[in-house]
Design a protein. Structure first.
Lengths: 291, 270, 381
């Protein structure tokens, strides 16, 4: 925290200001920062016969960083989250564009309600539903079967995991994009048309740059969600291979090994913070000379 | 390809995207009425048996009660914190404000699985592991930023000069808060109560790590998902869906009523 | 305007610091208090059970609940290590009864988590002789746990993909026709145990370094065949929806129920041998309701409780009580036949006597950790 010495005092306002400023500070320090600090501290503890003992040993870090499966899981998780970010951004954009520039206000309102609803519907149950849809004897293969196409097995593949990630993040990304596209000046778009730009050229020269912040934020959220998700890689991907989240829960379940799980968690937090920093730099970078 | 064709293609695409988003929800509702225990095609027949099983299952009703306790408490506390933070951002400039706001809005960016394991050890250290209190403490952390965002957006419509004008006329900050700020924010406060309740209602990872034997409903669903195949999951899911949709609808109604009462925004002179 | 203030002034000035802390503390306390009464209530009328999924199903525990006017509340786990983790991380007194796999009883005893039991309290003489003095439950000639149910692990398979001859040997797992269709129950112990049988180890869990290295190779060589790693429910789902054609390390506990529902599946113990799983109940040492806990185990080992346990809706099993068998054959002969627990036909006790079945143990010459890590590595390949 950035604590600076006092410069001025305004007693009348202070107590009032402190009353409103402190809840968030106190709560987030006590129940957000403190647990994360304990998490870091715990990476140096030891586990003996399923019991946690306070200690200060580097063994957990060494153990995790010398296991091949950790690097595999890290690379796989990062890669999947990256693909999810790009894919979801690409899937969402045409839809957000259509809703922002083509759809009637009524359709748009309806769409927003439809987008908010699943965001708050049990994600667990939605993933379970995807199992029913994607399984070898599931709905999709049932339909394919009617068309005489032999069944494809999707459950237990990275594709299925990706379907889960899209389910998780698409509504939010679409909302963010829609929000940022509605900020784009429509006259600018029309002007581009009138100046003889083709539709595609207009989109890439005018719309995308104007909505850049929203696109980047949306993609970043997709990345965050996918990077930390536990449910899709487990129930759709069949833990094949395990992601970092699965590694965390496996360590906890299979030997009460919180310290090693904590190492994985700390690495994840660092990765995410680095990603956030880079992405916010990309999003808010001053536009260079040309545009 | 003319503009109209492009429009139709794009709108068709939108329909497809929404089909994808809604497909799992439709499937879950449909299969909650399927008589077969192990869901697969072909369709086995219509049955209400799984709803009966859910209503008879005390772990589900206990879980539901726990979830309600957690969600309501979380909503109240998180909305208060969110309101306070939004107000501070709206009213004051101070050194370290960026860091203050970053701390207030960061929690949703940390995966819940990490918050779960962090809370597990932390709550054990302060003797709260295995309690609903621990779940609430964690849920407020992730829900408060949503409340803050919603209320901050609303405050953006209130002329910052109103409050100081009232102070100059002799009103105390507390009175201005009670008579101007809070009434103006009421719709946002209501929608924030609904949204934070919904966030808590669906959260299962923190709850799974710290709730111990006091399982919330989503934790129960996770246990069912891992433990035994049963269309009860679909039935529970459909019911949960109903509850969360109700919460979201309440939030929406609040938002729309605020839109209609817009005249206050940007208005006059205290 | 008074927009610019310094938030942290109060810290150095000391003014209002106490109020500030009090206010913040009050918030947290307010959230905490309402819950205490609820906890107290929950403790009065319940028996807290730590178990595999499904053991507190009304179909099993309702008669006990009615008789004693209590609720049986279960915290469910999957896998023995998960159980030990939960026992270790919960405050003492959280659970009254633990249903553990037999091989973990000794660890529970060593950790001081469970109590010695009095054999005279339970109807042990109604059990088959093989199960009256079950090895892992008697330590230093003291009883710590009572066997409730058991079953055999080999291969579960879809009968529309494989025949009974196919699965006479674990070799089928490497067969081209089920490439990408070999599922795994995501728990190292039974899965690696069955493959250890395939490697010809006489005692599949007591193997030296060389045999362990070979087991590792055997396990890893199955990777191209693998469909996925399943939690408990997924094991049922994947056989039903066809994602998995065969799953080693599981058995009747999966297929009995599925077959009853008309899914084309069966389970077998291949020629190389299989593993026996055993679930047993113990009384937690820190329980405040030991009499109730004892009564519950008495019920679960009675003929009535045994029959209910055999037919448990989450997964069926064989039961060790002869009295339970008799009741099952009298009250539900069709179910007795389905579960191969009749006295007239070849039954599960005969299979036990064949000597193909090894009792599941935790690794003897290596750490649990070492086996677990091989499993994690296998999943990541």
């Amino acid at each position: 925290m950035d604590v600076t010495p006092p410069k001025r005092s305004r007693p009348r306002i202070d107590r009032f200001a402190v009353f409103w400023a402190s809840p968030s500070l106190v709560w987030q320090v006590a129940f957000f920062v403190a647990p994360l600090v304990v998490l870091v501290w715990m990476t140096f503890w030891r586990v003996k016969n399923f019991k946690l003992e306070q200690d200060f040993i580097p063994d957990n870090w060494i153990r995790i960083f010398s296991s091949g499966f950790f690097y595999d899981a890290f690379l796989y998780t990062f890669w999947m989250a990256l693909v999810a970010a790009v894919l979801i951004t690409l899937i969402a954009f045409p839809a957000a564009y259509a809703l922002a520039f083509i759809a009637s206000p009524r359709t748009r309102t309806l769409a927003i309600v439809a987008l908010i609803t699943p965001f708050f519907t049990s994600y667990l149950v939605r993933i379970y539903s995807w199992q029913i849809i994607l399984a070898e004897k599931g709905i999709i293969n049932g339909v394919l079967g009617l068309a005489g196409i032999s069944p494809v097995n999707i459950i237990g593949t990275s594709t299925a995991t990706m379907v889960g990630y899209v389910t998780l993040a698409l509504p939010l990304v679409l909302l963010i994009q829609l929000f940022s596209l509605s900020m784009v000046d429509k006259r600018l778009v029309e002007a581009a048309y009138n100046l003889g730009c083709g539709p595609l050229k207009t989109v890439f020269k005018v719309v995308v740059p104007s909505a850049r912040v929203g696109l980047v934020i949306g993609g970043t959220f997709a990345f965050l969600f996918a990077f930390g998700d536990y449910v899709s890689p487990l129930f759709l991907g069949g833990s094949k291979p395990p992601t970092l989240s699965i590694l965390i829960t496996d360590q906890v379940k299979s030997g009460n090994n919180w310290p090693r799980a904590a190492v994985v968690a700390v690495v994840m937090v660092i990765t995410l913070m680095a990603t956030l920093t880079v992405m916010s730099a990309v999003a808010y970078r001053r536009r260079g000379g040309a545009r | 390809m003319n503009a109209a064709t492009v429009r139709w293609i794009l709108m068709g695409y939108v329909l497809l995207v929404f089909l994808f988003i809604l497909a799992p929800i439709l499937t879950l509702v449909a299969f909650s009425f399927n008589v077969d225990r192990f869901p697969a095609l072909p369709w086995g027949g219509f049955s209400l048996a799984w709803y009966e099983a859910v209503f008879a299952d005390e772990t589900v009703s206990t879980g539901f009660r726990n979830t309600m306790i957690v969600a309501v408490t979380t909503a109240v506390v998180a909305t208060f914190i969110g309101f306070a933070t939004a107000y501070v951002d709206y009213r004051y400039q101070f050194t370290g404000k960026r860091a203050y706001l970053a701390l207030a809005s960061l929690p949703p960016t940390v995966p819940v699985v990490i918050l779960g394991i962090a809370n597990l050890s932390f709550m054990a250290a302060i003797g709260l592991s295995g309690t609903l209190t621990a779940v609430i403490l964690g849920h407020v952390v992730i829900a408060a930023p949503y409340a803050m965002a919603l209320i901050r957006i609303r405050l953006a419509d209130l002329d910052p000069a109103i409050e100081p004008a009232a102070w100059n006329l002799g009103a105390t900050p507390w009175a201005t808060m009670g008579q101007v700020i809070v009434p103006f924010c009421k719709p946002a406060i209501l929608s924030s109560l609904a949204i934070t309740a919904a966030v808590s209602f669906d959260e299962f990872m923190i709850a799974w790590f710290v709730s111990g034997i006091h399982e919330t409903l989503p934790v129960r669903i996770l246990a069912m998902l891992q433990g035994q195949v049963s269309p009860r999951i679909n039935a529970v899911g459909s019911l949960v869906f109903l509850v969360t949709v109700a919460l979201v609808v309440v939030a929406q109604i609040a938002v729309f009523s605020w839109r209609r009462k817009r005249p206050l925004a940007g208005g006059g002179d205290g | 305007m008074t927009d610019k203030i310094d938030m942290f002034a109060f810290l150095s000035r000391g003014i209002g610091r106490r109020q500030f802390l009090q206010g913040a503390g009050a918030l947290g306390v307010a959230a905490a208090t309402g819950l205490q009464s609820e906890r107290a209530y929950a403790q009065e009328k319940t028996l807290n059970l730590l178990s595999w999924p499904g053991h507190a199903d009304p179909a099993v525990v309702k008669p006990f609940e009615d008789k004693y006017g209590v609720k049986v509340v279960a915290k469910e786990y999957v896998g023995g290590e998960n159980m030990l983790a939960l026992v270790n991380q919960s405050p003492p007194g959280t659970y009254d009864v633990v249903l553990s796999d037999a091989e973990y009883v000794v660890m529970l005893r060593d950790g001081g988590f469970i109590e010695e039991m009095n054999p005279a309290d339970y109807a042990l003489d109604t059990f088959f002789p093989e199960f009256q003095k079950f090895p892992g439950h008697w330590l230093d000639d003291k009883l710590y746990s009572l066997i409730i149910r058991f079953g055999y692990l080999g291969i579960a398979y879809r009968t529309d993909a494989l025949t009974a001859e196919d699965v006479a040997s674990y070799k089928i797992l490497w067969d081209e026709k089920i490439k990408g269709g070999v599922g795994f129950f995501d728990w190292y112990l039974p899965s690696m145990g069955c493959l250890s049988c395939y490697n010809g180890n006489k005692s599949p869990f007591d193997i030296d370094a060389a045999a362990f290295e070979k087991l590792k190779e055997t396990v890893f060589s199955l990777k191209p065949q693998t469909s996925a790693f399943y939690s408990m429910a997924d094991t049922f789902a994947s056989l039903t929806n066809g994602s998995a054609k065969a799953i080693p390390g599981v058995g009747d506990w999966i297929t009995l129920l599925l077959a009853k529902d008309g899914v084309p599946v069966d389970a077998t113990v291949p020629a190389e041998g299989g593993i026996q799983w055993t679930e047993s109940m113990s009384i937690m040492a820190a329980s405040e309701k030991k009499d109730l806990a004892k009564a519950f185990i008495q019920y679960m080992t009675s003929a009535e409780g045994q029959m209910a346990s055999a037919l448990m809706p989450a997964y069926n099993a064989s039961i060790p009580s002869k009295a339970g068998w008799e009741k099952l054959n009298a009250d539900a002969p069709a179910e007795a036949k389905r579960l191969r627990m009749t006295f007239t036909e070849r039954n599960v006790m005969d299979e036990y006597k064949d000597g193909k079945i090894h009792i599941r143990k935790t690794p003897v010459q290596q750490d649990i950790d070492t086996w677990n890590e091989v499993w994690t590595e296998f999943k990541s390949l």
